[in-house]
Write a protein that binds this ligand. Sequence first.
Ligand SMILES: [Ca+2]
Length: 459
Amino acid sequence: MTWGYDSQAVKESVVPIKIITSVPTVFALGLACAACQSPSVPPTRAPGPEAAAVSTSPSAVKSFQDWLGAFRSEASQKGISGKTLESALTGVHPIPRVIELDRRQPEFTQTFWRYLDSTVSDARVRDGIERAQQNQAILAQLEKTYGVPGRYLVAFWGLETNYGRNLGGFPVVSALATLAFDGRRNTFFRTELIDALKVIDAGHITPDKMVGSWAGAMGQTQFMPSTFLRHAVDQTGDGRIDIWAQTADALGSGANYLKSLGWDSARTWGREVKLPPAFDAALASLDGGASETLKTLDEWAALGITAIDGARLPRQPIRAALILPAGQKGPAFLVYDNFRAILKWNRSTFYALAIGHLADRINGQGKIQGARIDEEPLSRDQVLVIQTGLKRMGFLDSEPDGVLGSGTRQALRKFQKAQQLPPDGYANRAMLAAIVNDRAFPAPITSNPSPVAFAESSR
Ligand SMILES: [Ca+2]
């Protein structure tokens, strides 16, 4: 589950990047996740002076123990039993590594192809097909009960924890206590910590077995405690919801959660499509939410878009948005309502595309066919150069922050239109060069010793 955390990074496995959103509604979903680095997600703030708060110095330890005492009283008032408080909070300690991971800023942006290579590898597809076969009976039951086909449940399972292999090794109570004590978003994590104690109080898991990501995402589906309380289910019928050790409980909880997010059992997530030559990239959505560019499949077909094999798009009353995750030269996707349900699980367009594609592959469909362009990712400094240039030219209103978000892509689109370039809002080194080489670019940016060679102008 997810709210903008990259649980790959959370678990320090595949992608050493973590991104945190600052959007409260995303936190409110109560999810923590697997693989969420998206250009659309704002990053964590830079380390502040409070970084010193969690340390092992005697005064810091005392300060944490004081905080824990006050928290314990609050938890008791909120109905957590004395037995649970004793077993869960005895020995709880701040974890400096959690703070380190929470503060880490990604050095590079992620590219779609590299993200896809790491999240939907051939090995993960093979594994997914095997897992789908092994769990055929339970998946069929879950589809009947919740209306979510098994291939999607297996895809979430694969992206979140590599099919239950990587639950994250952090003690959830200590990790959440660290984040609740630390001061940044402490209200959110304090509530999650209370909810974690409620999960223990209800007898679903013991504190020593409650492991998860550094940010408190738990079990095979990486549910935050609040999501667990709202959506986790006991699929095995033994009276305990064990999303750590009972695969059926984890898959059932994922299905129940997706149903609550509005999963449409009659539809898929979307499909790869082929654009006609000289297609107007301004019609593509910049972000996965995509409500501004919804059209019916018939309307997209009338604009010349076909299925990836050239066939006509299905004559179904489906409204879809067009996504170009690697710019106009890369693959194109029409995404449906279920894509937006996936985005509620994890607010990353790349993540949602990876879920859809992995589900398709598990279903026997082929690889993505759009052009593969192996671009180097942009560094934070390079994004800052792009943003500073766009701001000086009057296209960007907000302050440069080194993060590729929808505001930057919108500004880039305006620049591209002004330059009669395809307005796909896609930032890469060619766009960096185009901006730096633009006559309207007023002055060299001395604060950034630009490491890029400006030879690959797109014009
Ligand atoms: Ca159970």
